[in-house]
Design a binder for this molecule. Sequence first.
Ligand SMILES: Nc1ncnc2c1ncn2[C@@H]1O[C@H](COP(=O)(O)OP(=O)(O)OP(=O)(O)O)[C@@H](O)[C@H]1O
Ligand SMILES: [Mg+2]
Length: 237
Amino acid sequence: MPALTADGVSSGYGRTTIISDVTLSAERGTVTTIIGPNGAGKSTFAKTLVGILRASKGRIAVGDVDITRMSGHLIPRNGLVYVPQNDNVFKRLTVRENLEIGGFASRADPATRMAEILSIFTDLDKARDKRAGFLSGGQQNLLAIARALMVDPSVIILDEPTAGLSPAYTDVVWSQIERISKLDTAVVVVEQNVERALKHSDFVHIFVAGTNHVHGPAAEIAGLDLAAIFLGRSGAH
Ligand SMILES: Nc1ncnc2c1ncn2[C@@H]1O[C@H](COP(=O)(O)OP(=O)(O)OP(=O)(O)O)[C@@H](O)[C@H]1O
Ligand SMILES: [Mg+2]
């Protein structure tokens, strides 16, 4: 059974439907990226998965637990966590304090989990008593990911974790994303950079105008005319 299942999901803001009939599933141990033009609905879909927005149609499940109507604050306890693009750390708190906050909904022992996380994110370990606001942008993004991992999730959703980072730090973040997936987690990443998505992920979903008709293994997507698909010129699948 997939760690995450979204089946025929529609949602939007107020009466405006932004995404419609989106179906996606993600398995533990894999990286799935969502790419597509600005305004295609990628973040709207991510927010719907984690209960910030309500699906008006369809079903969302984590493992065999239906979370479609679950309150957003209960969703992390069921193993699904989300890292928004901006404002994702408490800047006045230290690295360690940020991780402790992430541990509130932890399904694992928080102290053990923090030690595990700091052994993976060695830069954060070195800076564990620093205030988050003094970290670089890239380190703050890693801290946000590390904090979300404190609950030992089965699924983590990252909205543009490398936006605004240098190419060198983008490499660091992507290598951590691949590592996280190998910890038996399903990782779903919203990504602007198509080459990065194809290089680092197992599966790719292309969002155009609020839906994801084109999706598949990264190697298969790499062979398609992505420019035409992005412009809505190809019905491809
Ligand atoms: N809070 C909101 N209220 C109303 N409409 C919104 C809101 N947030 C986004 N939208 C609209 O929903 C559509 C999809 O936006 P969304 O942020 O999901 O796109 P995206 O694919 O994440 O784009 P980007 O690549 O720029 O991050 C856009 O037309 C946007 O204007
Ligand atoms: Mg977005």
